[in-house]
Each structure stands twice: as structure tokens, then as C-alpha cells.
Design a protein around this ligand. Sequence first.
Ligand code: AVJ
Length: 326
Amino acid sequence: NTELHTNSNIQTDSSLLEKLKQEAVDGLLGISKTLPSKYLYDEAGDRLFQDIMKMPEYYLTDCELDIFKNRTAELSDIIIQDGQPFDLIELGAGDAMKSSFLLKHLVNEGIKFTYRPIDISGHILNELEDRLGKEIPELKIDPLAGEYFEMLGEATSLSARRKVVLFLGGNIGNMEWKEIEKFCLELNQSLSQGDMVLIGFDLRKNPHTILNAYNDKAGITAAFNLNMLTRLNRELGADFDTEQFQHYQTYDPVSGACRSYLVSLKDQNVAIGGTTIPFLQNEFINIEVSQKFSLTEIADLAERSGFKLLKNIQDSRGWFVDSAWK
Ligand code: AVJ
């Protein structure tokens, strides 16, 4: 079984590189240039995101940590349900900093479950498996490297047990609204009766608080975004001059969308995977959206995608919510 996983992961790695090339070139050839934000997370990107999470301005991690540290019993009560063994699947697990509090609690209670972290970054999954193996030796862990739904399908074919899917960190906000709706519908369709999801949403709040979290003075977020270009240089042999692109951040309280862009500082050509991409001065690349939500929007979304909202658990400031749906 372990062997089978290793093999399928190696295959996934080379097809992921092909996909990176295709998606990057397609995004840059469009009328409005864009790059998929999931590609921010290479090894350097993972490290820069760790730095972002340590910034005082970046409240999201503290909020969800507050929930996972202080409301652990409530979280596990919702998740355990009938007491039968289940699979705890985490989409975009990253370093599992928040979920590890829940994992420890479940293990301490003697609950039978397998933790299946799914992440696009095989690198971070290896580190995670090593670390959790030491921190929680009794934990059954079985990582899957790749895209969410492909790996969710794989997880379904590996076992018929009840599934609890974690999608934390406000990662759902990295999609446009249409994609969010499609994602939730697809999630609902790939699950069975009795399965459930726990989704972390960053809530609407003072616009200054939100903008500051993505526009830090030290320039860590800027470096995080510019690293995407460095990654394309390294992995696809592109020739972006990162000095000639500038980070620009916006938050629109009407739509709740917080967006980051890289602005070209001059007319320039960039070669990428055999294609030349022309940039005009001040032309921008759309890098990332971080959507912010109201509780009403979340309840509507659950209902429209066929879920029943079980419970909302918020941090003490009411800035973030983990929403449990069945
Ligand atoms: C990891 C998607 C939750 O959108 O807040 C942080 C990524 N981008 N700063 C977010 C991010 C810039 C982050 N998520």
C-alpha cells in the first residue's frame, strides 16, 4: 500500500510540472494577465508564508489557532459523530499547525481515525509526516500529494469509511466566487451521506485591518508574491526580472475581495516555456484573491451547495469562523 502511494506521487510530480507550464503560459497570454495563486507555494514560498503567519498584521492564523486551541472539545464532538472509525482529510494541510491541536485531542481520547493530509507541495507533506510522527507517535497518517479533487477521489477509492474534510486557513477565499460555488458543489457531490466538512472562512471586518494583513511594511507579502516569478524562472526557465515588477494590494469592502497584483515597471518581454510574453509599463498580473465573507454569505453558500450547516465556531474577536457542514 505504501509502495503504491509513492509510485503514484512520483507520477503526479512530473505531470504537475507540465501543468504549471500550461497554466502559467495560458494565464499570461490572456487579455488580463493572471497566474494561479496555488503556485505561490514552492519551497521558498512555503517559508515566506511561514514568515507571513508570524507577522503581527496577519491575524488569520492567530484567529484560527484560537479556535483550535480553545474550542477543541466542541470541534471534536461535531467530528466524531457515531464513534465509528473515519478518515480525517485535510485539504491544503500545509504545516497542520492548527489541526495538530485537534489531532492530539482525538488521539488522546482514543478515537480511531486516519489523518490524510492533501497538499500540492510534496515537500511540505514530507516535513509534516516526519514532524507529526515525532509529535504524535500514535497518529495514523497517510499523506496524498496533488490537486484537491484528484486526491479526494483517491482517498475515496482507498477506503469506504466516513469522511471528515478539513479546509482551513481561509484557503477557500483564494477562489473567485463562481469557483467557490463550484468547489462546494463538487465537494458535496464527492462525499456521501454522513460525511462532513469543516471550512475556515475569514470574515468581513474593518477594511484597514484586512488590507494591512496583506500589505505589510516589511515587504514580506511582496516577496511572497514576487517569489512566484522566481519559481517560474527556476522551474520553467523563464526570464522574469523580479526588480521590474512591483507588488500592489487592494481590498474592496463592497465585494469583500482582497487582491494582490504584480505591476510591470516598464515595457518588457518575458520568455517562458518557448513563448514570449509582452508587458506594457503598468500592466499587471493578477496573482491572488483572498475573499472575505459575512455569516449570511456562508449560510447561503452551505445551503446552495446541498449541505446542512451544523455549527459555526468563531474566535474570541469574531474575525474568523470554522463552519461545520453535513
Ligand atoms: C493561505 C490562502 C489563507 O489568503 O490569507 C497570505 C495566503 N497571501 N498573504 C490568505 C496569503 C498573502 C493566505 N491563505
